[in-house]
Design a protein around this ligand. Structure first.
Ligand SMILES: NC(=O)C1=CN([C@@H]2O[C@H](COP(=O)(O)OP(=O)(O)OC[C@H]3O[C@@H](n4cnc5c(N)ncnc54)[C@H](O)[C@@H]3O)[C@@H](O)[C@H]2O)[C@@H](O)CC1
Ligand SMILES: Nc1ncnc2c1ncn2[C@@H]1O[C@H](COP(=O)(O)OP(=O)(O)O)[C@@H](O)[C@H]1O
Ligand SMILES: [K+]
Length: 476
């Protein structure tokens, strides 16, 4: 499991550890890991031109000490000091290692000296030590100007701990910020590393262990080993019923394809049987594509809503929401959700537009504050919310959060959400909690898409067809 912590949690773990260690030990651990990561990123240190952007705090300290290490290995290192309060011992270490430092104009107009512009333009890498976990969102004018020069000349930026300017605890990016080619973080992931839009500004995230001891995190992200541990693999005593039976109330005469595709998703999951309930013509299409599907009967979980369109039977859906069996509620089915009931067994799977409707806000507001709105809906409707997108955010009504980051943009294809809804229903029917079903479903769905897209563009159908092989690779 990958854990992400808030700034407050990180600070308290850091101060506990610092109390037991000689002064400066943690910063040296961080700087050593950072220097190695930058060296690997560059593919060699000797002769490399490294420019450090240095703000007023310890984030700049990390960058300066890492710069000193790189300078000792033959890199040409220049620190641009964006604040008169830049880390003094770090500057001294850089200078004694042969690096140099220059002061930015510090001009609120955002103008920077020409020699700084040419330094940045000619760099092999720019290291963002402007702010880390102590930063407020946004960049001051001279920092922004320096970052823009690097972008303009196509110089990659390695972010120290966090890309400066993002909101570390929410993953929001309300102000200008660094877009990193690599982020090197220390001790643990922070929320901005996992939650979009900030997660996209991090690039790949490299974690350097500095020995922090942290409690279980509220924000977690499944890794391959967790998938293996969670997946309900059948055993010798299993039969088709004990493996779980999922019922699908999806698709309509207007959207029959949604039924066929969601069924493919459910069949690609762990259940022993799939039941389809819907208009005769749609049921016939489902059975033609998937002859193993049967009709109405007892189920352990439902997937409801994908492609129902206008054929939405709200009273019937509410009955099922109030019944004992857990429910995946997708797409049009979300219109039946009300905030009065106990729905802890419900997994709602909206995209940003659908979540916006549920909360009565704009889609752009949800996109900008994904974690906040997923949590808000989980609390208001007492359901687990899986918010779809490039990274998937899952929030349970008791405040736990899972994030899925392994999707490929190829997955942005019509019907992909139907596959996910069917798959999550299958996982619920096999006995997983809504939170685990959502996290495992998102991971497997994304893995199947990655596998399928190795052969080029994908469709929802090819994603569903790749589920068995993607699953096999993960669980064996
Ligand atoms: N605390 C620790 O034990 C460790 C901290 N480390 C590093 O220290 C960092 C945290 O250091 P600090 O607490 O000094 O905080 P930062 O270095 O993140 O920056 C805080 C300073 O920047 C200023 N600032 C805030 N927002 C700004 C903005 N948008 N633009 C410009 N200036 C802004 C603040 O006035 C404050 O002085 C971590 O991110 C990490 O890089 C590492 O060395 C590991 C150990
Ligand atoms: N840019 C992206 N990168 C990765 N995955 C994406 C991206 N955009 C969307 N997805 C994923 O693709 C799926 C799309 O589902 P959805 O929006 O419901 O589409 P549809 O209604 O057509 O099925 C979701 O699982 C979502 O997380
Ligand atoms: K930074």
């Amino acid at each position: 499991m990958r854990h992400a912590y808030t700034v407050e949690q990180v600070r308290s773990a850091e101060s506990e550890l610092m109390a037991k260690l000689p002064d400066g030990t943690l910063m040296q651990r961080a700087a050593t890991g950072l220097a190695v990561a930058i060296g690997n990123f560059l593919g060699g240190t000797y002769g490399a031109r490294v420019v450090l952007l240095i703000g007023s705090g310890d984030n700049g300290g990390d960058a300066l000490y890492a710069g000193a290490r790189l300078a000792r290995r033959g890199a040409h290192v220049t620190a641009i000091l964006l604040s008169p309060k830049a880390h003094e011992p770090g500057i001294a270490a850089l200078r004694s290692a042969g690096g140099r430092s220059v002061t930015s104009a510090g001009d609120i107009s955002g103008e920077i000296y020409d020699d700084i512009v040419s330094e940045l333009a000619g760099a092999d890498v720019v290291v963002d030590g402007i702010v880390g976990i102590g930063g407020r969102p946004g960049l001051r004018p001279d920092a922004l100007a320096a970052v823009r020069v690097a972008e303009q000349y196509g110089v990659p930026i390695v972010a120290v701990d966090t890309p400066s300017g993002v909101d570390v605890d929410s993953g929001e990016t309300p102000e200008p910020h660094v877009n990193a080619a690599l982020t090197v973080t220390f001790g643990t992931h922070k929320i901005c590393h996992l939650v979009d839009p900030a997660a996209s500004a991090c690039g790949p995230v490299h974690l350097v262990d500095i020995g922090l001891d942290l409690p279980p995190a509220l924000v977690q992200s499944l890794q391959a080993a967790d998938v293996r541990a969670l997946y309900p693999v059948p055993h010798g005593e299993s039969d088709k019923y004990s493996r779980g039976v999922v019922g699908l109330m999806v698709g309509s005469t207007e959207y029959p394809g949604a039924a066929v595709i969601a069924t493919a998703g459910a069949l690609g999951g762990p259940v022993g049987m799939v039941r389809y309930v819907g208009p005769d013509a749609v049921a016939a299409a489902v059975r033609e594509a998937h002859p193993e599907v049967v009709g109405a009967g007892r189920v352990q979980a439902w997937t409801i809503g994908s492609g129902l369109g206008e054929e939405l039977d709200v009273p019937r859906i509410r009955e099922l929401l109030d019944a004992d069996e857990p429910v995946v509620l997708d797409a049009d089915g979300l219109k039946a959700l009300d905030d009065s009931g106990d729905h802890v067994d419900v997994l709602a799977t909206p995209h940003a537009g659908e979540l916006a409707r549920l909360l009565g806000v704009d889609r752009s507001t949800v996109e900008a504050e994904r974690l906040k709105h997923a949590r808000m809906a989980a609390e208001r409707y007492d359901v687990t919310v899986l918010l779809k997108g490039a990274t998937t955010v899952i929030a349970s009504p008791d405040g736990e959060v899972r994030v899925n980051t392994n999707a490929t943009p190829w997955l942005a294809t019509a019907g992909a959400g139907d596959v996910l809804a069917g798959l999550c229903g299958s996982l619920l029917a096999a006995g997983l909690t809504p939170l685990d079903a959502a996290a495992l479903g998102a991971y497997l769905h994304a893995s199947a898409a990655t596998l399928a897209s190795a052969n080029g563009p994908i469709t929802a159908t090819t994603v569903a067809q790749s589920l068995p092989e993607a699953t096999r690779r993960l669980i064996t």
